[in-house]
Ligand binder design. Structure first.
Ligand SMILES: [Zn+2]
Length: 222
C-alpha cells in the first residue's frame, strides 16, 4: 500500500533575482513505498516529492530534506527561471510540412558539411541519413554510417558544424573519452561553446516537435 499524503512542511526563504527576499510556503509530497532508499525530486511544476521507504519516520524524512536545503533552493531557482522563460516564450510547434522542409534542407546542407570536414580531417564515412528524432542530434555507427537530426537546421551554423565534427571524430574514437574530445578540439578549437549551446537550447528545439519529450539523458552524442 502506498501512503500518499501532502504535508506543509517548511517555510523557506528564497532569493529572487533582484536579491529581494521572498518567503514562500513549500509543499512537499511524501510517497512511501517498498523502496530501500530515500530520494528527492523536483518536477517542472516545482512540486517537491520525497520517495521514502515505509519504515522511515517523518522525523527522519524532515531531517533528510533539511540536509538538502541548499540543493532544493538551487534547483527551485533554476526551474523557476526555466519556467518563466518558457512561459514568456511559448513553443511554436512545427507543422508536418515544416519538418519535411527542414529535412529537405538538411539532406542538402549536412552532407556538404560532412564532405568539407571529412576531407579536412582525412576521414572516410558511409551513408548519411537525415532523421526526425527526439533523442539525438547525431550518431555514428561502427560501419561509419552517419545520422543527423533534421532539427539541426534550426540551430546556428557553427552548432551544425560541431555536430558534424563530433560524429566524424567517432570514426577515430567510438566513445567520449579524453582522446575523443582532443580530436574534436583539434578540428574545432573552442567547440565547448557550441556544445553548451546545444545543452542550453537543444530541448527547446526538440520541444518544437509534437509530443516533444525532451532529450533523453541516456542519449549518445550530446
Ligand atoms: Zn558522441
Amino acid at each position: 500500500m502506498t501512503e500518499n499524503f501532502r504535508a506543509l512542511i517548511m517555510k523557506k526563504i528564497y532569493e529572487t533575482e533582484s536579491m529581494e527576499e521572498q518567503t514562500m510556503n513549500t509543499k512537499i509530497q511524501i510517497i512511501r513505498s517498498g523502496r530501500k532508499t530515500i530520494a528527492l525530486q523536483i518536477d517542472k511544476n516545482l512540486q517537491i516529492t520525497v520517495r521514502a521507504p515505509y519504515r522511515m519516520t517523518d522525523r527522519e524524512i524532515f531531517r533528510f530534506v533539511e540536509k538538502h536545503d541548499l540543493w532544493i533552493q538551487k534547483h527551485m531557482r533554476k526551474l523557476e527561471e526555466k519556467k518563466s522563460w518558457e512561459e514568456s516564450h511559448p513553443v511554436k510547434k512545427l507543422s508536418e510540412e515544416e519538418i519535411w522542409e527542414l529535412a529537405r534542407q538538411a539532406t542538402v546542407y549536412i552532407p556538404e558539411r560532412v564532405a568539407y570536414y571529412g576531407e579536412k580531417m582525412q576521414i572516410g564515412y558511409g551513408r548519411i541519413t537525415i532523421r526526425n528524432q527526439k533523442t539525438r542530434w547525431g550518431s555514428c555507427s561502427e560501419k561509419g554510417n552517419l545520422n543527423f537530426n533534421c532539427l539541426l537546421m534550426l540551430a546556428p551554423k557553427d552548432v551544425i558544424d560541431y555536430v558534424v565534427v563530433h560524429e566524424l571524430c567517432h570514426r577515430i574514437e567510438m566513445n567520449h573519452s579524453r582522446k575523443f574530445w582532443q580530436e574534436v578540439q583539434k578540428v574545432m578549437p573552442g567547440y565547448e561553446k557550441q556544445k553548451r549551446w546545444l545543452k542550453e537550447h537543444g530541448e527547446e528545439l526538440i520541444n518544437r516537435m509534437e509530443e516533444g519529450k525532451g532529450i533523453s539523458k541516456k542519449g549518445d552524442c550530446k
